[in-house]
Design a binder for this molecule. Sequence first.
Ligand code: ACM
Length: 558
Amino acid sequence: MSDYGNSPFPEPDVALVPAPGRLSASLPGGGTGYVIDEETEIEAQPGTERVARWLRSTVGAATGLSLPPHTDNWNRILLRILPELAEELGGPESYRLSVDGYVVAIDGASEAGLFWGAQTFRQLLGPDAFRRAPVSANREWEVPAVTLHDSPRFRWRGLMLDVARHFLPKEGVLRYLDLMAAHKLNVLHFHLTDDQGWRVEIKRYPKLTEIGSWRGRTKIGHRASPLWEEKPHGGYYTQDDIREIVAYAAERHITVVPEIDVPGHSQAAIAAYPELGNTDVIDTTSLTVWDNWGISPNVLAPTDNTLRFYEGVFEELLELFPARFVHVGGDECLKDQWRQSPTAQARIKELGLADEDALQAWFIGHFDRWLAARGRRLIGWDEILEGGLAEGAAVSSWRGYGGGIAAARAGHDVVMCPEQHVYLDHRQDAGPDEPVPIGHVRTLEDVYRFEPVPPQLDEEEARHVLGTQANVWTEVMEDHARVDYQTFPRLAAFAEVAWSALPEPGERDFADFERRMAVHYRRLDALGVGYRPPAGPRPWQRRPGVLGRPIDGPPPNR
Ligand code: ACM
């Protein structure tokens, strides 16, 4: 894990996840470098006040210590922003943390770097520092004597949450932002709309949520399952909720990238506003928010009316989400209705397009230009390559690496999230106890060994890989306990893929990761995360396997 300089001291065993860049003992013999107690103050130098506040609200709550502002006490946590560290250590998110006998000094190249350093500091305090309240009074809080220099490998370290298939109430999203921060992840890709639900309030189109956020019933398990939950499911975020989520994320240096999925995966919107659908092919007034899984054939009509409608949606969205990137989906748009629709065919002719794929490219291209004119950038799933990639578009490569390779070679930015590797709805084990065993088996080790940059890319092309993200699709995750089970512990392995440099030379050391995970599971316990234990699901986490559809054999593209 460490190759720090010429330190004369042995590497201390502090079990950090994700692994830091350089770590060494800062005192001869290692051991305790510092004890925080009632005397400990926080010296927050300019620009660090938010991080000081975060430390008080987390470490302060867990320890019961008030960590007051610095007066003249030696015993202190010193927070500084030193921009010159960016060059020295590896970019604006780098930090340096050192613990000696007097002080814990956390220096960030930026406020973000400082915040990641504060995350590491919490890990150094031990698993109890992850609780909401002290477990016992009068305990000592020791910090090992270490010096750390750390920076992320990728600038896009993402988690996609699908809140459309199953709604995750606001508190659940805030909780996930905390869990992301604890793992140094910095992009929440917020999948807000799909066939099965529309989850964001749009003031000028109230029926999107009045009608589009509720479905009458829900398929239990995979779409081939015969079981239904016969009760309505739904919910949505008000614009105030979104503002709260975005602000909470920003305090944690997490960017929220909203996704409005077009022109496929749009049945909930069409159920709310039937004129958005292909009205010359089917009676769209009879459509409801979809209650099954899979890919709905009911896609948006490629009309000016649809374009204007979604411009209205995006106008409100841009007010809510300051992120540079806006995700427009673009995946799995079935084109049967466009083939049958005289309106769609007339549009293809009028625009001189080759086919329906080109029509989708025209649709996405419209929003690429529309967003660019407003200082934003479009990102979409790799299907947006079909029919020609819009000029400034970035690609989320999900159907393997192929889309990402093609996009990077064409000079487009890429986020690697191949379904064969980082779709966390896929089961974690082949055993019969695995709940709702959809997809390929992707174990903790598989995720740990995922490499976001494929060898086909040369150095210049590889620079277009902005980073990577794990995707949590929620067809088979009806509540936060299921989301926890599928997401953890694999998100910890993923965080290391996204943050920690590849060892040189060679492969990642899974045995070392497992050793560190023994401690990290205790951190997750303290955080109340219902992860999959290494020995398999707990009794209450099991569920009969008939509800899902495993895919046999090795995943493709391996
Ligand atoms: C996707 O999994 N349809 C992006």
